[in-house]
Design a binder for this molecule. Structure first.
Ligand code: TYD
Length: 229
């Protein structure tokens, strides 16, 4: 599916729990929308049947085997791609997803599956993103944030030692379209790094001004030519 033609743009935020993905996604979506882009914000696990089953697993991860768990994440993603991601990309929208198959590579990779194998399995049905922003934070910092800001105890996917393993797999992943973001900085500084990366990606995809004659600018901040209003 990777080479399939599409007109939208798929941006994914990844990272261990507590890295601030949802805060950053809200900020990013806001600036893109202000610039006139049509943005779809989505996340995994989804709210669909498989996603709900996965959320129940947070309470008792031992109730299913690792293989069943992996199958649930794949089923959830298949549904997500079919119902949300692929249609939005076909309509030329910018899709921002909070987690995608790199989470499966990292989290299920951390419990014994081969991360590259997981990526291959996913790419049989899931579009390859235009940009993956991996927000990096040490597991100790991430756990401190989860406890401070969410006032929650950690679920099974989030125990510090598990996060250490997950972070290790994330650290081993390298792709041309994958950029690392320093998540230890303040919210504004992280946002600035993200906007810079997204900007380059949208320029590369030509989701920007096409010229003076019939200016189709969709994002003012990407426009290379002066706009006459
Ligand atoms: P999380 O982003 O915390 O979801 P929410 O905040 O909406 O509850 O994701 C839930 C957990 O699921 C998280 O600890 C990572 C894990 N996860 C996987 O193990 N594999 C996957 O493929 C995905 C998408 C998530």
């Amino acid at each position: 599916m990777g080479g399939q033609k599409r007109s939208g743009c798929l941006i994914v935020l990844e990272g261990i729990d507590g890295t601030g993905k949802s805060t950053q996604i809200a900020l990013l979506a806001e600036v893109l929308r202000q610039d006139g882009l049509e943005v779809v914000v989505t996340r995994e696990p989804t709210e669909g049947v498989y996603g709900q089953q996965i959320r129940r697993l947070y309470q008792n991860r031992e109730s299913v085997s690792r293989h069943e768990e992996l199958a649930l994440f794949l089923a959830d993603r298949r549904e997500h791609v079919e119902k949300v991601i692929a249609p939005a990309l076909e309509q030329g929208k910018v899709v921002i997803s909070d987690r995608y198959y790199f989470s499966t590579a990292a989290y299920q990779g951390a419990v014994g599956f081969d991360p590259e194998d997981i990526i291959r399995q996913n790419e049989l049905f899931a579009p390859v993103p235009d940009l993956v922003l991996l927000i990096e934070l040490t597991p100790a910092q991430a756990v401190r944030r989860i406890e401070q800001y969410r006032q929650e105890s950690l679920n099974h996917f989030e125990q510090e030692e598990s996060l250490r393993q997950v972070a290790k797999v994330f650290a081993s992943l390298h792709r041309d379209y994958l950029s690392r973001v320093d998540g230890s900085l303040d919210v504004g500084a992280v946002h600035a790094q993200i906007v810079a990366q997204v900007n380059s990606c949208l320029v590369a995809k030509q989701i920007r001004c096409s010229g003076n004659v019939s200016c189709q600018v969709k994002a003012r901040w990407l426009c290379h030519d002066p706009i006459e209003s």
